[in-house]
Design a protein. Sequence first.
Length: 95
Amino acid sequence: MGKEMIVDIEYAGYVFVGWAAGRFKTERGEMMPYANMFVLSPVSSYESDDYQAMGMKAEKKKCLSPEVWADLEPGDRVKLFFDDKNRVVMAALDQ
């Protein structure tokens, strides 16, 4: 049985929805680890003659390690903390 997840589109932060981790082969043939988390967040409220958006967007965020999402469940509202390379180094529940 699946767990129901309700996302409030009025929430102005990130909603954790999943993750992926593993290894990939570089151009040099080396195996490198990766860790990605998937979140929903509000689209930009910016509007112009050429751009309009509404609702939520799905994003993939690079993470420093799988430990970032260790205590998270899909549907959790989270605050994300980034390093200088824009990788998530920590995620905390946003209650």
